[in-house]
Design a protein around this ligand. Structure first.
Ligand SMILES: Nc1ncnc2c1ncn2[C@@H]1O[C@H](COP(=O)(O)OP(=O)(O)OP(=O)(O)O)[C@@H](O)[C@H]1O
Ligand code: SF4
Ligand SMILES: [Mg+2]
Length: 343
């Protein structure tokens, strides 16, 4: 008798490192008005992976990043770091949990206290947590080397004596000192010279890989986000419109807004090989006349409808929810079947 071969086991889904559900952040701005900065965002970051967040200025990327670390906590929704629900923690428990999730900001110079020396800046976290001062020199030197800085040269310098790239390396060293599980990087290279950007991106990529870190990488530069991320989440006016794998995203992107973003890239950047993003696509950016609507009074239904060439009455009446159209690919649009007609 011949036994039927076993079906190959399905790959184990990666353990979630960070999960957010239904995040809402609103900023009151007087006269009963509020900025709808983040309106019901879900986010899934599997352990050891990088999730890019993409979208134009003001779409809520940084507000999501800050809500994930609870600075400030969201107005509603939940954030779970591993098995721990951050949104349910008291102040002391939250302070402890924050060591496990570190943020790297856009402007490294202003993120560092100008009066402190590099060795003290890097040791700030461990000293707060009561680590033995006897370990300081060895540990500081080791982490400085790990981020590509020469301890002999920089240890006793202050931030104004360093370049922007060196300051960002110090910020990365400070974050790593606490041995975090998750790094939130909010535009970590956009204030740096182009020549330095690639070095910092390489450092983040190798550091996360070697240490098994999970990373949320926020930027408005499509090619930077695509290159460093495993998955990309595209936001528009406080909402998620598409989540998709970064590999092949230029061909797979289905949401009209994502297509618009990709179509506005120079042709050579669209697919990385100089070919157009979609077969038959024009190299011209999509023409969308309307401006970004105000987050004080976002459009009803689909928030992208005032700029969307495919908008219908249904789009004004009903907000589209995210639905899966392929493994790992979710999109919030009522008219997915028509989006391939776009550039
Ligand atoms: N403290 C605040 N008070 C009032 N409005 C705010 C505050 N912080 C952010 N906003 C508004 O919330 C919206 C989202 O801002 P956010 O900084 O998250 O956008 P972003 O996508 O990070 O933009 P950028 O690419 O320019 O950094 C914007 O309309 C912004 O003006
Ligand atoms: S739901 Fe409607 S308005 Fe929104 S992206 Fe899809 S087609 Fe455009
Ligand atoms: Mg921002």
């Amino acid at each position: 008798m011949t036994l039927a071969p076993h079906a190959p086991a399905a790959p184990e889904p990666a353990r979630p490192a960070l999960t957010a559900r239904a995040l809402v952040v609103e900023f009151p701005v007087g006269r009963g008005q509020k900025v709808h900065a983040v309106s019901g965002v879900d986010l899934d970051l599997p352990a050891g992976r990088t999730l890019g967040i993409l979208g134009e200025s003001g779409c809520g990327k940084s507000t999501v990043g800050r809500a994930l670390i609870q600075l400030p906590p969201p107005d509603s929704g939940t954030v779970r770091l591993g098995a721990e629900e951050l949104t349910a923690l008291g102040p002391e428990e939250l302070r402890r949990a924050r060591a496990r999730i570190q943020i790297i900001m856009q402007d490294p110079v202003s993120a560092l206290n100008p009066r402190r020396k590099v060795k003290d800046l890097v040791w700030e976290g461990p000293s707060i947590w009561g680590r033995a001062a006897a370990d300081k020199d060895t540990e500081v030197d080791a982490i400085l080397r790990a981020v590509g800085l020469d301890p002999e040269t920089v240890r006793d310098r202050r931030p104004h004596e360093l370049s922007g790239g060196q300051c960002q390396r110090v910020c990365i060293a400070r974050a790593l000192m606490l041995d975090p599980e998750v790094l939130i990087c909010d535009e970590p290279v956009s204030s740096l010279d182009v020549s330095v950007q690639a070095q910092i991106l390489n450092l983040l990529e190798t550091t996360t890989r070697e240490r098994g870190l999970s990373m949320v990488f926020i930027a408005h530069d499509v090619s930077v986000v695509k290159n460093i991320s495993d998955e990309v989440m595209v936001m528009y006016l406080g909402k998620v419109c598409e989540v998709l794998p970064s590999d092949g995203m230029h061909l797979a992107a289905a949401h009209p807004y994502t297509r618009l973003l990709l179509a506005s890239l120079p042709e050579a950047q669209r697919s990385g090989d100089g070919s157009p993003a979609h077969p038959g696509a024009s190299a011209e950016p999509a023409v969308v006349a309307a401006e970004l609507p105000s987050p004080l009074d976002p459009p009803s239904g689909c928030r992208f409808r005032t700029r969307c060439p495919l908008a219908t009455d249904r789009c004004a009446a009903e907000a589209p929810g995210l639905r899966e159209i392929a493994p790992g690919h979710r999109i919030a649009c009522h008219h997915i079947e028509s989006t391939r007609s776009l550039p």
